[in-house]
Write a protein that binds this ligand. Structure first.
Ligand SMILES: C[S@@+](CC[C@H](N)C(=O)[O-])C[C@H]1O[C@@H](n2cnc3c(N)ncnc32)[C@H](O)[C@@H]1O
Length: 463
């Protein structure tokens, strides 16, 4: 390669690739360019050289793409949260459609299927019902802050600079959540800063304040606050909880997760409920769901409704079927399908989520769902039913090979595969392709202003 790290190069951005970056060529070398839009002509700095490609960062846009817009968020050039704010929304949808098509063609090795247009989101900001902010004793300074003399670089509460584990941008607000969430964030920051108790250092593993997690109920306009600390200290967390309760009548639930481990997760080893019942309620499609602090819930409530409606359409149930719902979480899919099936069996590894699932069945008057707790890989080998329909909604990493083998032992008539990662979905579909044909795929935009896309694939058994 005749370019080196640190070189400044002029590039024409040709397209975007899954992962969100722009792709350009220089003397036949592939260069992935961060924060670039197809159609841009940019000056970029080469930041990494690999065997077959290089990576670069935009320094100046010399000719802006017609699809480029000004990102409204002041942190968008640095924060990893929503790297596509600089792309017109209709183009975001077109690129996401292209990702699903391309990944299914190339990784999934499937061609002959109906790919619907991406269902667009009515709201492209303030749509997230859950945000997680990290405390850090290393504040990452914005370029305009770097020349100022500061004495508060040892405190940050905000979001990560992509590719770093310890650098946190101290933010005043995030456009992806409702403004009330930003007010809560600022109040927690003000309190923690003034508490005299140190924030947790992501390198030193010393300090108390670790994460702030906020959840919003779209239907009831209520908030849940989870304060994650490294230790159990009554006074500061109780004082913060009563401050928040007095100041925000919308805050109905406050928890304190205690995580003493070094690993960077907001899920504590134990939890204390400081205010309310330790859960939040929301409604999707006329059904009520209770979500406890650490249970999974789709992060965009209105689009989750579109998602579950599409699952119900793809399921084409007639009322006499048995359904197996793998990775069922708090039972959303199971409960959505319950009235159209004889029996629904959900499987999830999280005890807490399944406690929610059982309660959610009661709340909605559903009595034909049952839930099995454990790793799908193990549970699947013990399931002794023959489901007509299998729904699977694994985490981003997709399904373990053994899970695919387990599905092939059961050989259901239809599979509905829900995924937030079309690359791993395509990989898993490739393993199923001698037994199943992909009939149709519905992408849904649950994550506007990011490259992420949710998809649902309907697979029919080859007779
Ligand atoms: C993407 S969420 C889907 C939840 C649910 N279908 C929904 O729409 O709300 C993935 C779920 O998989 C569960 N999970 C992750 N790994 C698992 C495993 N190995 N076995 C069983 N469940 C697992 C998580 O607890 C989580 O609830």
């Amino acid at each position: 390669m005749d370019i080196k790290k640190g070189d400044t190069v002029e590039l024409n951005v040709e397209r975007v690739v899954y992962g969100g970056r722009g792709l350009a060529h220089l003397n036949r070398i592939v260069i992935f360019v961060d924060k670039a839009v197809p159609g841009d002509r940019v000056i970029a700095r080469v930041v990494r050289i690999k065997k077959d490609f290089a990576e670069a960062r935009v320094m100046e846009v010399i000719e802006a793409s017609p699809h480029r817009i000004v990102a409204p968020c002041p942190y968008s050039s640095y924060c990893g949260g929503c790297s596509w704010q600089l792309i017109k929304y209709e183009k975001q949808l077109e690129y996401k459609h292209g990702f699903v098509q391309e990944l299914l063609n190339h990784i999934g090795n499937v061609r002959d299927f109906k790919l619907h247009r991406v269902l667009p989101a009515p709201q492209i900001f303030e749509y997230r019902n859950k945000m997680e902010f990290s405390f850090s004793d290393r504040r990452w300074l914005l370029p305009e802050e770097r020349n100022e003399r500061r004495d508060n670089n040892r405190f940050a509460l905000g979001l990560h600079v992509p590719g770093t584990f310890d650098k946190i941008i101290d933010i005043e607000g995030c456009l992806l959540q409702k403004e009330k969430g930003n007010e809560i964030l600022r109040e927690v920051k003000r309190y923690a800063k003034g508490s005299g108790i140190p924030v947790y250092g992501l390198r030193s593993h010393q300090g108390f304040w670790r994460y702030l997690m906020l959840r919003h109920s779209h239907c009831f306009d209520e908030w849940m606050v989870n304060i994650v600390t490294s230790d159990e200290k009554d006074q500061p967390v109780h004082a913060l909880a009563s401050l928040l309760k007095d100041q925000f009548r919308e805050v109905t639930s406050i928890a304190n997760n205690i995580n003493t481990r070094k690993g960077g997760t907001a899920v504590g080893e134990w939890e204390r409920i400081l205010v309310g019942e330790g859960n939040i309620r929301d409604r999707i499609g006329g059904l009520t769901f209770e979500i406890s602090v650490n249970s999974f819930f789709q992060t965009n409530t209105p689009m989750a409704e579109r998602l579950y409606e599409s699952v119900r359409d793809f399921a084409s149930l007639e009322g006499k079927e048995t359904v197996l719902d793998l990775y069922c979480g708090i039972g959303t899919v199971s409960i959505f399908l319950a009235s159209q099936a004889t029996r629904v069996i959900g499987v999830d590894i999280s005890k807490g989520a399944l406690a929610d699932a059982n309660r959610n069945c009661e709340l909605n008057g559903i009595d034909n769902c049952e839930f099995l707790c454990g790793d799908v890989r193990m549970v699947l080998s013990q399931v002794n039913v023959k489901p007509e329909l299998l729904v699977t909604d694994p985490p981003r990493t997709g399904m373990h090979k053994k899970v695919v083998e387990g599905i092939l032992r059961l050989l259901p008539e239809r599979i509905v595969y829900i995924s937030c990662n079309p690359a791993t979905m395509a990989r898993d579909i490739a393993l199923l392709k001698d037994w199943y044909r992909v009939e149709e795929v519905q992408p849904i935009d649950l994550f506007p202003n990011s490259y992420h896309v949710e998809s649902i694939a309907r697979l029919g058994r080859i007779s």
